[in-house]
Design a protein around this ligand. Structure first.
Ligand code: PMV
Length: 319
């Protein structure tokens, strides 16, 4: 019997990934840039056991089957193959935030799974190799192996940390507007967008520029430039979904109210920028000095059920 546990923090894309490469292998069609968040964590224990006849997956206390189970098995299979073993495993995983609702639980989940399974099998893969294993299950998970600011290049095998300027002392304030699971998963959503949206090729073309602007801003400590690149990437990505047939949108009324509040804060001189993923929550990027103003400013917006505040988090680690 061999077991190991790992913790991974989730990450939020500042410059978004939406679309798979035609080369397959879950490679991404666009580059992305993210911030790993300390406040959103997944803890996963993997135990290989000769007595098990099949892999068992328990997420937040609930036994998983179907697609969720199959995705975990794929990661285990890849690592079993490398280790040359056929032992089945029990995977117990716990999120300290709502699962599958646009808070990037697949990012932290698959990062923690890949690292814990690597540890349990004693493979000793490099960080980059574990990132590549996680990427095949969920591309955003590749980024959670690393802390702080992280990039995943277009069609890149694994993610890598970005040496951002120390001047960027940033926080993220998350306005969680509903706690129900999302209706359309991100893989399904991006395939639908690619297949039916006339704006998808434009999104693909523009995303390279958003990435370069965002990365340059990170390297030079330009908060305003980073915030504007993030919003541009967000709107381009969501515009491509809105033009899909049928249209795909993940927001609710409270999402818009939070966006309006951020615009109002900005007009009053508070530098704050927002982004949304495949869910209705709004994630707001702020400097540390203005963090409390923004947190308090959105807490009272009708429909905001919970405000989660986070600083940059570390890369995934073994317990
Ligand atoms: O990694 P996935 O397949 O869950 O897709 C993530 C997609 C977005 O969260 C919308 C954007 C991103 O880059 O994280």
């Amino acid at each position: 019997m061999a077991e190991a546990s790992a913790v991974a923090c989730s990450n939020i894309a500042l410059v978004k990934y939406w679309g798979k490469s035609e080369r397959g292998d879950n490679l991404t069609a666009v580059p992305s840039l993210s911030l790993t968040l300390d406040a959103l964590r997944t803890t996963t224990r993997v135990r290989f056991d000769g007595a098990l006849l099949q892999d068992r997956v328990i997420l937040d206390g609930v036994r998983q089957d179907g697609r969720a189970h199959a995705r975990v098995v794929r990661v285990l299979d890849a690592l079993r193959k490398l280790a040359g073993v056929s032992l089945r495993a029990e995977v117990r995983t716990q999120n300290d935030f709502p699962t599958a609702s646009g808070l990037a639980s697949s990012a932290s989940g698959f990062a923690a799974l890949a690292l814990a399974a690597d540890g349990a099998l004693g493979l000793g893969l490099s960080r980059a190799e574990v990132s590549a294993v996680a990427r095949r299950a969920s591309a955003s998970a590749a980024r959670s192996l690393f802390g702080g600011f992280v990039e995943l290049g277009r069609e890149a095998d694994h993610a890598a940390p970005v040496a951002a300027s120390d001047e960027l002392d940033l926080r993220m304030v998350i306005a969680a507007t509903t706690l129900s699971p999302k209706p359309v998963g991100s893989t399904e959503g991006m395939l639908h967008t690619a297949a039916t949206s006339p704006y998808y090729p434009i999104w693909i073309r523009e995303s390279q520029d958003c990435f370069e602007a965002g990365k340059q801003a990170l390297l030079t400590g330009d908060f305003q430039g980073l915030g504007l690149a993030m919003e541009r990437s967000t709107w381009l990505m969501h515009a491509s979904m809105l033009a899909a047939r049928p249209a795909l949108f993940y927001w609710n009324a409270a999402t818009w109210r939070v966006i309006e509040r951020v615009h109002a804060l900005r007009q009053s001189g508070v530098a704050a920028f927002y982004t949304m993923d495949a869910g209705p929550h709004v994630k707001i990027l702020v400097r540390r000095a203005e963090f409390a103003t923004v947190r308090d400013g959105i807490a009272g917006v009708p429909g905001v059920e919970r405000v989660i505040a986070s600083g940059p988090g570390p890369g995934a680690w073994l317990l």
